[in-house]
Design a protein around this ligand. Sequence first.
Ligand SMILES: [Zn+2]
Length: 240
Amino acid sequence: MAAGLCPRLRVFVASSRPLLAARSGALPQPLRRAGPAMPLAARARRGLGSSTAADPLAEDFATASDLRFESPLEVVKYPDPVLRARNKRISTFDANLRALADEMFDVMYKTDGIGLSAPQVGVNVQLMVFNPAGVKGEGEEIVLVNPVVYKSAKRLLVFEEGCLSFPGIYGNVLRPESVKIEAQDVTGAKIKVKLSGLPARVFQHEFDHLLGILFFDRMTMDVLETVCEELKVSSGLECI
Ligand SMILES: [Zn+2]
């Protein structure tokens, strides 16, 4: 049985129209953040000192060791604490990052998913990949780095979700119908786009992972009761 995010809805993804490619091509400027690149002397002049207390973003950037991974990647299952850990922003757009994204697609397809976040492969950084078609060579492969949601639709939709970190568990989750997001692609180029339909749903599920939020956190008590026994079996935790 497919264990990915809503793979059963693959049939509704009839269009292979690019979701992000056109917009990302139109906005080729990479995001520039002063925080981590600022010399210490300059930080001191601005009164920031060497402490990150006054500049919380500075500590949020991933180092090379944060981005290290071992091949082949394996999907981390709940309740591994890596799924709740803080995910650092990415400031280095290099061959290692591309290799990590490529390997995430490989393991996503292999496990029959349509979206995957970096913490789900044990790498706590702000990176997600998805392809609503769920099949290599079909649809569009999307890599989003450091994503931010700057607008969410007021209209909410219920949709049955699954998660590669919770094999075999599916439940209804209420989320905004569409979101406007900013992110960077794997080269660091800025992306600004509105997502709706299945891409919006996949994005929001993966975006939650980057915040340490898991899909059952957003289930109503009624829905939680329907998956409670399976959650208990998979995690060893008590039902609420
Ligand atoms: Zn998930």
